[in-house]
Design a protein around this ligand. Structure first.
Ligand SMILES: C[S@@+](CC[C@H](N)C(=O)[O-])C[C@H]1O[C@@H](n2cnc3c(N)ncnc32)[C@H](O)[C@@H]1O
Length: 443
């Protein structure tokens, strides 16, 4: 029996005894290093873990896993803990930093020692005559909080080893999330009402100390039972199309497992805006990558550089011929264009970028190996945009045969409550289900 058939047989068997197994209702809590820091729309670690496990159980040749939209690295961590080598890519420097911290081997006793020294430095250094500044900092942080955050930042910078500094930046990023004036009800930056800001009080220092110490515990748990020291990881920060072209050879990857964005960031999940305050405070040199200047130019620039951020013209769309390759996309385009041409173009623009990534994914995956996509179908003007069906149609043209698909309920994913807007200004509720698609690259 072929590997994919064995995997499908096992998935069906699981669902026959436990139909909602893939919802992970009882076990949807994140554990060990997955609790490091929040990131939007993360995957369920146990789901990724189980899927990878089924593939490697039936195909002993699998060594290298690629996630071209790694986010905070859920899949990369799970693959590593099963001994696979991994390649992870994300355009968001904050996502890169989080995943880098999770995968970089450090010494926990040293981390503990350095954390306590940092706490001591902050506690003893009462005087600070410098307040860190960036454009609109006063809008997002109260003056006393800016002062506290500046002191913490200055004290972290005194740590000599960048690998430990990066972990401290994660505790700092959590403190930034906790102490900013952002409402946190959506992933878009949106300041709290003035009267709420006036009474908003946080003990920045205590929160940072608590978080930095908690992180040590997460690392201990992770290293004790999950982290695999023998597997290698290569992480990249950039547009996956460009990174794949540059660094990943043809037919070199055994399995791709990923969760692509649901549509353009601006109208679905604003991963960029969500990360921007943290990226203003954390020195980008410490992230250890070259960052294109335009990427962080303003609060929306990262989202605009992400998949679907460029709006293509009608001519571009015709030239791409994508609507001929996907009947489902063509139908939605025709429905939308009748009332809102811009919106119709925006939807298709995302798919033009998405298809370019798929082309690269099918180039790098080996023949007869596997691609697993976890996708969600968003709504635009009350119309469902079936990312799952469009993916199947586009992959068909790239020798991608969809061998199985199944749905799961989204229970705990951090998703915005509302996405997109109807013409009559009624918000559209966000998705409750996602589809897992399994493909084989086959002639
Ligand atoms: C659904 S999230 C992935 C979440 C991830 N599975 C996790 O568990 O954290 C999609 C990711 O795609 C990234 N992304 C969007 N456009 C991209 C592009 N052109 N190249 C690389 N990454 C991109 C976003 O920054 C976001 O982190």
């Amino acid at each position: 029996m072929k590997t994919e058939n064995k995997v499908i047989r096992d998935i069906k068997k699981i669902m026959s005894t436990e139909p909602d197994y893939w919802d992970f209702k009882e076990n949807s809590e994140r554990s060990h290093i997955h609790k490091l820091i929040k990131y939007p729309a993360t995957m369920v670690p146990l789901m990724q873990s189980k899927l990878i496990e089924l593939f490697i159980e039936h195909d002993k040749e699998i060594q290298l896993l690629l996630d071209p939209f790694m986010g905070s690295g859920t899949t990369i961590v799970e693959a590593n803990s099963k001994g696979l080598n991994t390649i992870g890519i994300d355009i968001n420097p904050f996502a890169y930093l989080i995943t880098e911290v999770k995968l970089k081997l450090i010494d926990i006793d040293t981390l503990e020692e350095k954390t306590e020294c940092l706490i001591k430095r902050i506690t003893e250094n009462e005087e600070i005559n410098f307040n860190f500044w960036f454009y609109k900092v006063e809008k997002w942080f109260k003056p006393d909080i800016i002062c506290e955050l500046s002191l913490i930042k200055k004290s972290i910078l005194e740590e000599k080893d960048v690998n430990y500094r990066r972990i401290m930046w994660i505790a700092f990023a959590r403190t930034i999330q906790y102490s900013s004036n952002d409402r946190e009800s959506t992933f878009k930056l949106h300041a709290k009402p003035k009267e709420d800001i006036e009474v908003f009080e946080v003990d920045v220092r205590s929160y940072f100390f608590k978080t930095a110490r908690e992180i040590i515990g997460l690392f201990r748990e992770y290293y004790d039972g999950f982290f695999c020291r023998d597997s290698s990881t290569n992480l990249y920060c950039g547009n996956s199309i460009e990174v794949l072209k540059k660094v990943v050879p043809d037919e070199s990857v055994d399995i791709i497992s990923t969760s692509p964005p649901y549509g353009d960031n601006a109208t679905t999940v604003t991963y960029g805006q969500y990360s921007m305050l943290q990226l203003r405070w954390i020195p980008v040199e410490d992230i250890g990558i070259e960052i294109n200047e335009g990427l962080l130019m303003n609060f929306s620039s990262l989202d605009r550089c992400s998949l679907g951020g460029t709006k293509y013209t009608k001519e571009d769309i015709n030239r791409s011929e994508i609507l001929q390759r996907s009947r489902v996309l063509n139908d939605i385009y025709l429905k939308l264009i009748a009332s809102d041409e811009k919106k119709a173009r925006k939807v298709v623009s995302f798919y033009i970028d998405y298809e370019q990534t798929l082309i690269e994914l099918f180039r790098v995956i080996k023949w007869n190996k596997y691609l697993v996509f976890t996708v969600g179908n968003r709504k635009v003007d009350d119309e469902i945009v079936s990312l799952d069906q469009v993916t199947i149609e586009l992959c068909k043209h790239l020798c991608g045969k969809c061998v199985y698909q199944f749905e799961r309920n989204i229970l705990n994913k951090r998703m915005p409550n509302k996405v997109s807007k109807l013409k009559n200004n009624k918000p559209v509720s966000s998705m409750k289900k996602e589809t897992i698609l399994i493909f084989i690259k086959s002639k």
